[in-house]
Design a protein around this ligand. Structure first.
Ligand code: MRU
Length: 365
């Protein structure tokens, strides 16, 4: 997508010296800073520290991490160690496991001397495929945007509420939940996006607001608790979010707070759609609440906040009385019954085993 008139992706290959380039998302929205990942450890650290984040981008970064590991040591033991190191970075987004399983399947049968080139080709392929999948999600979601727009008066915007950042920053390009929005904007459909700030890390107010601004899409940041109120007032036409892992039965795991938005949408008869590429489907899981591991993050993300002071410097402040205990579950589960539809690269389906198998018949057992 465009940043200040220049086309960017969130991850790219650098030649000299060999590295994977990333946008350091911990510095946004205050600074656009890039980093070069030259080792397995740097790739793992970037995922762990959330310099890169969002399910599809975590998967793509892990694939480049395998390449960086192979550049050091092409043995079977090094491959298994790299997979273990990367898998341990974050537990919830299934794209990580998916990308590493693909890496093992591709690299293990090869001779060690072939593995560096093969790992790089695979990482490039995974990144490229992600762009294609998200573009297809944009096409698949476009009829939904058109149908809501058709019910509006001339010039009246389609009002979409989104949570966290399921935009291009969470993927290699396009985003998942934002892809239908970007396609709708290209078609001239007027839009307005309610952006949940998404405490505690504020991916909404710092990342989604930044990228929508770069793309020129009208938006307003709201506190996480405002969504229900806006829905009751008839100010939301559609809730559209991404997901870190969706079960084969359509239970959706996404950033903490998503479940409450789904409940409010259900209570107010507002469609609640989830956009996802197929690598985010966990075909082995059928019960989201029991089977999806929920990441517990540092309580200091709740008790402290970082931001820019008037003089431009970045400061970290404490919000709670000293010693206050805090809990920080990073994701929650929205049961399939609260999900109106899943927007995938192959089209829109019901959030159910039948719905998903209809689009992915090769997964039917
Ligand atoms: O903790 P994060 O920032 O990695 O969480 C990201 C999300 O929850 C996104 O909504 C999800 O990955 C879908 S993104 C295409």
């Amino acid at each position: 997508m465009m940043v200040e008139g220049k086309l960017w992706r969130t991850i790219w290959r650098e030649a000299n010296p060999p590295a994977a380039g990333i946008i350091d998302q911990t510095r946004l929205p205050h600074a656009m800073v890039t980093r070069s990942l030259r080792t397995l450890e740097e790739a793992a650290e970037s995922i762990r520290a959330m310099r890169v984040r969002g399910a599809p981008l975590i998967g793509a970064t892990a694939a480049y991490g395998l390449w960086l590991a192979m550049r050091d040591d092409t043995s079977d033991a090094a491959l298994e160690r790299a997979i273990a190191v990367l898998l341990a970075t974050r537990p919830t987004a299934v794209n990580l496991r998916w990308a590493l399983a693909r890496g093992r399947e591709d690299l293990k049968p090869r001779k060690p001397e072939e593995r560096v080139a093969a790992a790089l080709a695979l990482a490039d392929r995974i990144a490229e495929e992600d762009v294609t999948l998200n573009r297809a999600i944009g096409e698949a979601g476009l009829p939904l945007m058109r149908s809501i727009a058709a019910r509006k008066g001339p010039g009246e915007p389609v009002r979409v509420l989104t949570h966290c950042n399921a935009g291009w920053l969470a993927t290699v390009d396009w985003g998942t939940a934002t892809a239908p929005l970007y396609r709708a904007a290209e078609e001239g459909i007027p839009l307005h996006v309610w952006v949940d700030e998404t405490r505690p890390r504020n991916q909404g107010s710092s990342l989604t607001a930044w990228e929508l601004r770069q793309q020129g899409i009208a938006h307003t940041v709201i506190v996480d608790n405002a969504g229900g109120h806006l829905m009751q007032r008839g100010e939301v036409d559609l809730v559209l979010v991404g997901t870190d892992r969706t079960t084969s039965t359509g239970d959706v795991c996404n950033k903490i707070g998503t479940y409450l938005k789904a409940l409010a949408a259900h209570d107010n008869g507002i469609p609640f759609h989830v956009a996802l590429p197929s690598p985010t489907i966990d075909w082995e899981a059928s019960d989201g609440l029991r089977e999806i591991p929920i990441e517990e993050r540092d309580p200091e993300e709740v008790t402290h906040l970082a931001g820019r002071l008037e003089d431009g410097s970045i400061a970290r402040v404490s919000l709670t009385p000293p010693g206050t205990s805090a809990a920080n579950p990073a994701f929650d589960i929205t049961p399939a019954r609260l999900v109106t539809g899943l927007i995938t690269e192959r089209g829109v389906c019901a959030a159910s085993a039948e719905g998903l198998q209809g689009l992915f018949p090769e997964r039917s057992s």
